[in-house]
Design a protein around this ligand. Sequence first.
Ligand code: KG4
Ligand code: ZN
Length: 352
Amino acid sequence: MKILGIETSCDETAAAVVEDGVRILSNVVVSQIDIFAEYGGVIPEVAARSHLEVMLPVVDKALLDAKCSWDEIDAIAVTHAPGLLGSLLIGTLTARTLAILHDKPLYAVHHLKSHVYANWLDSSGPSFPLLAMVVSGGHTQILYMSGHNQFEIIGTTHDDAVGECFDKVAKILGLPYPGGPSIAKAAKTGDPLKYKLPHPKVEGLDFSFSGLKTAVLRAVQKEAGVPISYPSHQLAELLSMQQVADFAASFQKTAVDILLEKLEAALRKYPGVKSVAFAGGVSANETLREKAYEKFSGINVWFPDSKLSGDNGAMVAAACYYEIESGVLPTDSYTLNIYPRISIESRDPSTD
Ligand code: KG4
Ligand code: ZN
């Protein structure tokens, strides 16, 4: 079964053709990073406009690269939740139109499911039951999966997502957007033990990352010898390159330690779990990968190929394939809706 996956939930316009949820026949991603590097973050209206400009060429290229005609496409899958409203609208309206035009069944896929299913692309996939650790720009959650398409949230962040925290700390340190890769790069020449940053005290398997961002801000102000009223966008000018590297390394180590400590606690609570699967943009982080393999040597640890950690259409098609296998029915192409904030556990309200 060949599925065309379409993804536009944030600042990547992506389409891919995947066979049987596993084999990537094409994977086209147009990133808006260059546009938003100038502004230091995503501007939703600009993102939506950019999606509109490249959406159809991206779909055409996905079919061309896959050497696939419309006749050979069995279904269309599109991200309908969660994400930026305007961005989601461009992808879903395109998918709806194409589904009607080419008479294909249309499936609405949750973005976090897609990230988790990146672990099945070009691989046999993790075995169940498993814990999925979603670490993206918008989410930080630990999910329990008893089988395909079965998701239970067992831990979530009370405030910022870990990727958001990387992005905000990068801004404080004067590093370019997106913050995750810039922090990882700067951290290479830094001392991860130079600055001691606090671990938030959050009950159970939940997270909090806003305190860590503030702790970095306070430590930078202290190091620079300025009061807390000092404009934060000018702080980085007062730091040496070595200090920036040391802050990046210390922050990265703390964020990774927090994630892995919670995952360790989750594994204690769910002793029958056979594998852990990381998902989302932050799962590209090399320190996270190294430390996770080191810490959980007794269990199967999965990471998507780092090219598939960020947003892409292949993971949408993979998630859709396993939804179809689990008996999920297509959505009405005329009424498919978007849900910018809906949880992975919720049923699609449009099917009520
Ligand atoms: O999954 P994703 O592409 O989009 C969302 O669904 O949010 O995640 C984007 C996030 C951004 O916050 C970005 O800074 C972070 O993933 N990220 C990283 C790395 N690459 C991307 N964070 C840490 N280390 C990286 N290498
Ligand atoms: Zn994402």
